[in-house]
Write a protein that binds this ligand. Structure first.
Ligand code: FES
Length: 153
């Protein structure tokens, strides 16, 4: 599938980011060993590919967890308790942003506005957005994920 995506985007002007997004959509992450081939077909350097991957927070270079928790770190959420929520997420999960818990259940990511500013602070868990999240609410969300992981183990 990677080879097919490389062919699909190789002649697309400005196609590097869409290609990276397509690879992540397909594989769940962008394997480091794919970077040289990506650079070759997009006619750029591997350093440029790495630069784009590191710039966009939602691109990852390792497989993510079964669930993704995104904490909004943009202005409105920051002004309404977002910083405390960030610290809480790190404490409860035991990982920093961009990483996955040791049990492989939850990946913690930053996001810069979920379009839910009027009800900030906000987080997104997989495809669901939660508004006015406080420490207790976040702890409850994380506990439910962990419980669900135990139930399916
Ligand atoms: S700033 Fe957080 S939802 Fe917009």
């Amino acid at each position: 599938m990677l080879a097919q995506l490389l062919c699909q985007y190789q002649d697309t002007p400005g196609g590097l980011l869409p290609l990276l997004q397509a690879i992540q959509e397909d594989l769940g992450y962008i394997p480091g060993e794919a970077v040289p081939a990506i650079a070759r077909v997009m006619n750029c350097s591997a350093a440029e590919v790495h630069g784009v991957i590191s710039f966009y927070h939602d691109l990852r270079t390792a497989p993510g967890g079964r669930h993704t928790l995104q904490v909004c770190r943009a202005e409105s959420c920051q002004a309404t308790g977002g910083r405390e929520l960030e610290a809480c997420a790190r404490d409860l999960l035991g990982v920093d942003f961009g990483n996955t818990t040791a049990d492989g259940v939850i990946t913690l990511e930053s996001v810069y506005c979920l379009g839910n500013c009027a009800c900030s602070p906000s987080v997104r868990l997989d495809n669901d957005t939660y508004a006015r999240v406080d420490r207790e609410g976040l702890a409850g969300l994380i506990a439910s994920l962990r419980q669900g992981a135990e139930d399916t183990a």
